[in-house]
Design a protein around this ligand. Structure first.
Ligand SMILES: NC(=O)C1=CN([C@@H]2O[C@H](COP(=O)(O)OP(=O)(O)OC[C@H]3O[C@@H](n4cnc5c(N)ncnc54)[C@H](OP(=O)(O)O)[C@@H]3O)[C@@H](O)[C@H]2O)C=CC1
Ligand SMILES: Nc1nc(=O)c2c([nH]1)NC[C@@H]1CN(c3ccc(C(=O)N[C@@H](CCC(=O)O)C(=O)O)cc3)C=[N+]21
Length: 285
């Protein structure tokens, strides 16, 4: 039996159609959601993601602006720009594209963003709120993954979710969200001793490593749900995930592809958070 493929591109498209309705109602009330993206340096992958975000925003009627700064930008210059955007009432959401050049501290920059405009959900205040289960901006990739699972009515409660990767933007928060949904969660990382022994127990396996083919069929329990977060650019220019898709799909019950999997959902959730910001639903205290 071959796995059911959860197509994130199609699901994101459906969500954007719904958001378009919601935005047009907001516009009628005099509020046009606005997202400002800050891009520092000229990383080609970052440029391409930022283009994807602008295109998606436009499609649903969210206005967006892009501030491009040179790779030589100092930390103080970037912080100053963020303060201006925090104080600009016409800006509802601020996104600083990562990674940043090495002279700039990502932590300082993220902490400078007003939590009520932090549509990435990376600010420690929003992460803390997520941890205690309060309403907040959820980090886009984990939020997209949760939405994909729910779109297929996949049971999370009581299931063993195994996460490979513990970054602040993907691994850690996706584990927290699944815990909030009553999964039993195991985190794996580069120091994990017997990865296969753990992944073979997973009812839901989330792979966020950044290396092709780290997971093959023999790492899976029969009938597992496999979420592939990895985005790897091969030498021939094509994109691939972290999971050996062809092999894994013979053992999994559900699997997400790359491309057309988690990536487009990340962008859809960014739009959702921007609408939420425009509505003023996440406040600062
Ligand atoms: N689809 C989307 O929307 C998004 C996709 N991505 C993609 O997801 C991938 C992960 O991104 P991100 O979380 O930022 O990456 P990081 O590089 O920050 O984290 C990678 C994680 O993988 C762990 N790891 C590395 N090697 C192994 C191994 N052999 N076995 C087990 N664990 C290992 C690392 O462990 P340790 O902590 O010990 O170093 C680390 O926790 C990338 O391909 C990225 O491009 C990222 C964001 C959004
Ligand atoms: N502040 C910040 N927020 C982010 O959310 C953020 C970031 N920085 N830095 C980089 C990562 C990566 N990321 C992706 C988003 C969409 C796709 C995506 O849509 N991918 C398409 C393919 C696109 C293509 O063909 O190039 C797909 O998987 O089908 C991928 C990766 C967001 N990130």
């Amino acid at each position: 039996m071959s796995a059911d493929i959860i197509n994130g591109k199609d699901l994101a498209q459906e969500l954007r159609a719904n958001m378009k309705e919601e935005v047009s109602q907001l516009v009628q009330m005099g509020i046009t959601p606005h997202l400002t993206v800050l891009l520092v340096g000229d990383n080609p992958a970052s440029k391409s993601y930022v283009k994807g975000k602008e295109k998606a925003a436009k499609e649903v009627g969210i206005s967006s602006s892009l501030i491009e700064l040179p790779a030589s930008t100092t930390e103080d210059e970037l912080l100053e720009t963020i303060i201006q955007l925090n104080n600009d009432d016409s800006v509802h959401g601020i996104l600083v594209q990562l990674p940043l050049p090495q002279q700039i501290s990502e932590r300082k920059v993220i902490e400078a963003i007003d939590p009520s405009k932090d549509v990435d959900g990376f600010h420690p205040v929003n992460i803390g709120r997520m941890m205690v289960g309060e309403d907040t901006f959820l980090p886009c990739t984990p939020y997209g993954i949760l939405t994909m699972l729910k779109s297929r009515d996949i049971v999370i409660e009581g299931k063993h979710a195994v996460i490979i990767g513990r970054s602040n933007i993907v691994g850690k928060p996706v584990g927290q969200l699944l815990l909030n949904e009553n999964a039993t969660v195991t985190y794996c990382h580069s120091k994990t001793e017997d990865l296969k022994e753990l992944t073979r127990q997973a009812d839901i396996l989330v792979v966020a490593v950044g290396r092709p083919n780290v997971i093959t069929g023999d790492f899976l329990k029969e009938g597992a749900v496999v979420i592939d977060v990895g985005i790897n650019r091969l030498e021939n220019g094509s994109l691939t995930g972290d999971v050996d898709f062809e092999d894994a799909k013979e053992k999994a019950a559900y699997i997400t592809p790359v491309p057309k999997g988690v990536g487009p959902m990340t962008i859809a959730m960014l739009l959702k958070n921007t609408i939420k910001a425009a509505k003023g639903l996440v406040s600062v205290e």
